[in-house]
Design a protein around this ligand. Structure first.
Ligand SMILES: [Zn+2]
Length: 64
């Protein structure tokens, strides 16, 4: 994957938090935000040249 800002090859990285364990993205709307049918873990890519970061939901179909 190429960086959209500078064209450098991006590197896969871990998205981490010092506060909690896994960071995830959850579908908006009512219900339990921790419902696994409404959330996805996140893939993170970092450009080692300019520092640009891209985030991807690993299970985007949960947001349909
Ligand atoms: Zn870049």
């Amino acid at each position: 994957m190429k960086c959209i800002k500078c064209g450098e090859t991006m590197k896969s990285a871990d998205l981490q938090s010092a506060i909690s364990g896994t960071i995830f993205v959850a579908k908006k709307g009512g219900g339990d935000i921790l419902d696994p049918t409404r959330q996805s873990t996140i893939d993170c890519f970092v450009c080692p040249l300019c520092g640009y970061i891209e985030l991807y939901a690993r299970n985007p179909k949960k947001f349909r």
